[in-house]
Write a protein that binds this ligand. Structure first.
Ligand code: BGC
Length: 342
């Protein structure tokens, strides 16, 4: 049917020509976190034409993030999507938003279970830190021959133990704490001897991954180093940069590629599966990673937000919601060429 210009003007008087999308606040703990910048972009892409998201970055300060949430409440934004700066900071946020009857979806940094129970309209979307650590350990064990009593050639000094450096994310973050303890526990439970050369806190960043790895190489000069397990890809990429500068990954056997057969190759394993890490795996520098599925996280967050804002029931989403509170997204391991990205 054709309305002509007058018809369109009359229609626009009765119904808005560009219908307003439901608004929500999106709060990210800091802007320069590699993995979070990917999740944020995925959320913005998935929410296109569905939600009008107002994004704020918390400069790694819970105080600043609280002020940003407060300002959004003053503007009557009806739902908040929060990646908290500090998991304990969620407590005050939940109470404040409950006092205004504003629902909140947390993601990536998990509030403690008791806090999630403080109010009804509060959820968490994320991935299980234990699962990523178990998969990371399995990737490394496979490389060492899957037989703890008989390590293969990657036990460079032949002492029957694996000399490992662990790069740890931000202290207190559930992913940093659980990934670190669970990855070591997985080796021990499978019967491997781990000789932990260092557990270095590098706060999720590439620069600190570089610096902490550099410090280990300086302090433990001459010591055997057989494995680097990083709580995330960004720190692993930083570690690879300094390892390359110090003579690792130089194609010792001169076959034209950096590969696992080179004596100067050292297995580094990350978590997240960011594009640059995948490239590093395909070029032979990073042995593997565990994919933290940013797109699935984004879809779950946006589907849940849209349902809640339209007055629907989250249980009708078709996603399992554990205890009415948690939506879990699975990790998956990735090495090349053993398994390709799915
Ligand atoms: C990711 C890290 C990221 C952190 C931020 C973790 O789940 O693996 O890369 O820095 O979340 O909270």
């Amino acid at each position: 049917m054709k309305y002509g210009i007058h018809g369109i003007l009359i229609l626009c008087l009765f119904a808005s020509c560009s219908p307003r999308l439901p608004q929500a606040g999106l709060f990210i703990y800091r802007e320069d976190d590699l993995f979070m910048s990917i999740v944020t972009q995925d959320i913005l892409d998935v929410s296109q034409d569905r939600l009008d998201l107002q994004t704020e970055y918390g400069l790694n300060s819970q105080i600043i993030q609280n002020e940003q949430v407060e300002a959004m409440l003053e503007k009557d934004v009806p739902l908040m999507i929060v990646n908290p700066v500090d998991r304990l900071g969620a407590h005050a946020l939940i109470r404040r938003m409950a006092s205004e009857h504003v629902p909140v979806i947390f993601f990536n940094r998990e509030p403690i279970p008791a806090d999630l129970q403080l109010a009804d309209n509060v959820w968490y979307v994320g991935a299980r830190a234990e699962q990523s650590a178990v998969m990371q350990a399995q990737l490394a064990m496979k490389l060492f021959g899957d037989d703890p009593q008989n390590l293969n050639e990657y036990d460079r000094n032949g002492d029957g133990a694996i000399q490992v450096v662990i790069l740890k994310g931000q202290q207190g973050h559930q992913d940093a704490e659980i990934r670190t303890t669970t990855v070591m526990e997985s080796f021990r439970q499978a019967g491997y001897l781990l000789d932990v050369v260092g557990i270095e806190v590098a706060n999720w960043t590439r620069d600190e991954g570089y610096e902490r790895m550099e410090a280990v190489l300086d302090e433990k000069e001459g010591a055997s180093l057989e494995l680097v397990l990083s709580n995330n890809d960004a720190m692993a990429l930083g570690a690879i940069s300094i390892l390359r500068q110090r003579g690792f990954f130089k194609d010792a056997n001169g076959n034209g590629t950096v590969d696992r057969m080179d004596e100067d190759w050292i297995p580094v394993v990350g978590i997240d599966g960011v594009p640059e890490a995948v490239e590093h795996i395909e070029k032979g520098y990073l042995y593997g990673t565990v994919i933290n599925d940013s797109l699935k996280i984004a879809r779950a967050v946006v589907d849940l937000a849209e349902t809640v804002l339209s007055g629907g029931n989250p249980l009708d989403l078709g996603l399992p919601i554990e205890g009415g509170k948690y939506i879990w997204v699975d990790y998956r391991p990735y090495t090349f060429p053993d398994n390709a990205l799915m």
